[in-house]
Design a protein around this ligand. Structure first.
Ligand SMILES: [Zn+2]
Length: 384
């Protein structure tokens, strides 16, 4: 079987089954046309059967690539006994449901995703409802208009992902419109600190809310491995709180979930997107530094205030190429404003900024000496 091509960053998407530890194989599966390019699922040998971490996106091509990769290690999809899914995003979850239908594999998901699953199955939620509410609170009227035009013109099927704002061009896989054909509840809801006893290894479930509220990672402490899902990615910064249900402080949750990783022994990073990396701690340090810098720059961009999250987003730069908000496509503009709002809300919770409501729009200003923010003169939609 081929060795892990971890030295060449470009090759992590290449199809196949790559041994990353004894009895553990990384299997990249295709995603439709987008920035993330592929999603890794991990096949764990477990006696005479297989356990998967994450399932991939339920697509015919993905299903074929999975079968071929399993063939390289002498297995087939029917050998999959259990699938542990890190979070509710469709590029991780939907093919697990498909494999359950075909072969009876048992599917487990973090209990914090229950509300999202309920909303999706109830078909009561707009797929990006919380994001649209957030855009209104952010005064992001130009983005809302562009999104509306986009939704009207290209009916569906342009689900894009949220991973990453500081990485290269985005767009990809994450939450999609409710679709009863591919969504079902899991067999089992996983709880924080739960130990999953497999035949020859034990996986500890750790709740890592942030990317989604119910995101979990799986730590194999004996083997020194972390199946990290989208919580810790080697090359991009995971999006925060892009999910069917609204989260109050997704960034605070995310940073707390990163610190939880620091409380573990350092483990090898087995991410859902990107190559395997030697140290979870090293990447967590980088992600924490990134967000600390982003918080400082967000506070600075508020200036004397008052300013909306949209105005602040126009004053910040996006992606490693330092693009302006206007340079981004509408979907990524939405993610950028959503992320800006998450940073500003955390600054409010930290006492560094004060927030004031004017109708549905929130205005931010420095917290301390310079008096209450007079919201009236900052016009929603104005670029700063
Ligand atoms: Zn995700």
């Amino acid at each position: 079987m081929p060795a892990e091509p971890s030295t060449v960053r470009q090759e992590w998407t290449e199809p196949g089954a790559f041994a990353v530890a004894p009895g553990v194989h990384r299997i990249p599966l295709p995603l439709p046309s987008d920035g993330l390019r592929a999603v890794n699922v991990y096949a764990i040998e477990d006696g005479d059967s297989l356990v998967l971490v994450d399932g991939g996106w339920a697509l015919a091509e993905s299903r074929q690539v999975l079968a071929k990769a399993l063939g390289e290690i002498g297995c087939e999809p029917g050998d999959i006994r259990q699938i542990f899914v890190t979070h509710v995003h469709r590029d991780h979850y939907t093919q697990a449901i498909q494999l359950r239908r075909e072969f009876g594999a048992r599917v487990s998901l973090g209990s914090g995703e229950r509300d999202s699953i309920d909303l999706i199955l109830g078909r009561s939620a707009h797929p990006v409802g919380p994001q649209l509410t957030g855009l209104r609170a952010s005064g992001a009227w130009p983005v809302l208009e562009r999104l509306r035009a986009l939704f009207d013109s290209s009916e569906r099927d342009r689900e894009r992902d949220g991973a990453g704002r500081d990485g290269a061009g985005r767009g990809s896989a994450e939450p999609a419109p409710p679709d009863g054909a591919t969504w079902e509840a899991p067999d089992q809801w996983l709880a924080h600190d739960q130990e999953i006893e497999l035949r020859n290894r034990s996986l500890r479930v750790l709740a890592t809310p942030g990317h989604t509220q119910g995101h979990v990672v799986f730590a194999d402490l004996a083997a020194g491995l972390l199946f990290a899902g989208d919580h810790v990615l080697p090359h991009i910064t995971p999006s925060i709180g892009f999910e069917p249900v609204e989260s109050r402080q997704p960034l605070a949750n995310y940073l707390g979930s990163l610190r939880l990783m620091q409380a573990l022994p350092d483990l090898r990073l087995l991410p859902a997107h990107g190559p395997v990396a030697a140290s979870v701690h090293a990447r967590v340090d980088e992600l924490l530094a990134h967000h600390a810098g982003r918080l400082d720059r967000s506070a600075a961009a508020v200036g004397g205030g008052p300013a909306t999250a949209y105005q602040v987003a126009t004053r910040l730069r996006w992606t490693r190429r330092e693009r302006t908000l206007d340079d981004l496509d509408p979907f990524n503009q939405m993610l950028a404003v959503t992320e800006t709002r998450a940073h500003l809300e955390l600054l409010v919770a930290q006492g560094r900024l004060a927030a004031q409501q004017d109708g549905e729009v929130t205005y931010y200003a420095p917290a301390a000496p310079s008096g209450p923010a007079g919201a009236g003169d900052a016009r929603p939609g104005a670029t700063g």
